[in-house]
Design a protein around this ligand. Structure first.
Ligand code: ZN
Length: 136
């Protein structure tokens, strides 16, 4: 291996295709149960609340709060090792589901549980735009 390490791409499944397609357009979508209205992320076949299989993709408002985070100091992957220390965040979306992501423009010492955050999209490749968050 030589040269600049490239960013690992997300693992994808057919079930998550609508999510990645929307992210490419700069839109955050999550699933919503048509029966009980509960939102969910990541995608599933059944609603975890009422077990209905009628789940629709809906646009999330892109806001949430920093629910938890860890600071990674030693990354195994060369791409991430160059960026350590960096922050891996658990963002609770205002619709309810949690999303594992990162905060941009926020050095780890500045992050605080409960910080209000808003989504941005980071281009990883022509096909992948990752939702990341910034403090509001
Ligand atoms: Zn439901």
């Amino acid at each position: 291996m030589s040269g600049t390490p490239t960013r690992p791409l997300p693992n994808t499944s057919a079930r998550m295709a609508p999510f990645w397609s929307a992210a490419k357009q700069g839109v955050l979508v999550i699933q919503r149960c048509r029966r009980c209205g509960q939102h969910r992320f990541p995608a599933a076949e059944l609603c975890s609340n009422c077990l209905a299989s009628e789940l629709a993709w809906v646009e999330a408002n892109g806001r949430g709060e920093l629910f938890s985070f860890v600071v990674v100091h030693h990354a195994l992957d060369p791409y991430f090792a160059e960026r350590a220390p960096y922050l891996v965040a658990d963002v609770k979306l205002t619709e309810g589901p949690h999303m594992t992501t990162t905060l941009i423009q926020c050095p780890p010492p500045q992050a605080r549980i409960g910080d209000a955050v808003t989504v941005r999209f980071e281009r990883v490749s022509d096909d992948f735009f990752l939702p990341v968050f910034r403090r509001a």
